[in-house]
Design a protein around this ligand. Sequence first.
Ligand SMILES: [Zn+2]
Length: 382
Amino acid sequence: MIDAIDLTKELIRRPSVTPADAGAMDVVEEALSGLGFACRRMKFGEIENLYARHGTARPNLCFAGHTDVVPVGDVGAWSRGAFDAAVVDGVLIGRGAVDMKSAIAAFAAACATAINAGQVTGSLSFLITGDEEGVATDGTTKVVDALRAEGEAVDHCVVGEPTSSTTFGDMVKVGRRGSINVEIAVHGVQGHVAYPHRAANPVPVLLDLLQRLQTRVLDDGCPEFQPSNLEITRIDVPNTATNVIPGIAMARLNIRFNPSHTGADLAAWIAAEAEAAGQGFAGTVSVVPQISGEAFLTAPGAFTEVVVAAVRDITGAEPELSTTGGTSDARFIRALCPVVEFGLVGTTMHQVDERAPMSEIRQLQAVYERLIARYFEAFGAS
Ligand SMILES: [Zn+2]
């Protein structure tokens, strides 16, 4: 058997700040090997990844998560060491206590219960990466590509991100908005403010472009998604003088979008507006888009019902199905199989004194136990 609290503590004590692994993946591998999982380390670049599978039959229910954590931040502001895994009044404190070493431990403990009870009529698997909080280029996306190339059958996936909003079990995520970052640079001609005909001021062009982008209502949202939203995050005009027309003006923006758009459509729209704003301008307008994920939705059905019912079994309340919040590795896994996310309350993730009540980690294990049992009841006989 596996104790979810002990395993969480062991993981927290490995300071695996992206891209460092610090032995965290060894801890996961050792726990899963002990349960009879066939473990495969998949290293891409400097990143440790792990795919582990128990059984060879289908259906294959996969748990996905990450061992890496964000930096500690202000060390002096922590009430306990960020990697000490201290317990104060029943609350476990440490980086990764919520996001999401506890979820890996809780699912591993739930697997032990299910295997011992003979409930697993197919396979259980783990897809664990050390690169979720970083650039995420050598993590889940590469593992998913490799598994697809091999024809590995993964039927459904649960991601252990901390999806609960204010109380444990109040929210399950069934999709995520897409995200695109855009860098804009308008290059003009620097000159004297008293002689504007000898210069080309990039500032009015940038303001015109941002105004065009900001005024468009992208959509009104839909039942599963909030309206898409564009936020200007930075405007820069390097200029220390009062009598100089600057030579360059720059801006950055981010759009969180629902499935009524694709990253490519939004990038094309911004490029077209940039061209329009630059009409008759003696300089250049450059736009560099970077799409970090497309929007997706796992349609409500038998699989989402398994997850919802498992939560209801333990909390007695109906979780909300949501697509709010930031992106997660679910954006890569959806290429492999339907994916749903469920985990602890996320309020302290990435903060100083990140912490989780031990009772909630036990509840998370209980939900995962019900989820596995219900999953093989619903899909296992096929
Ligand atoms: Zn996370």
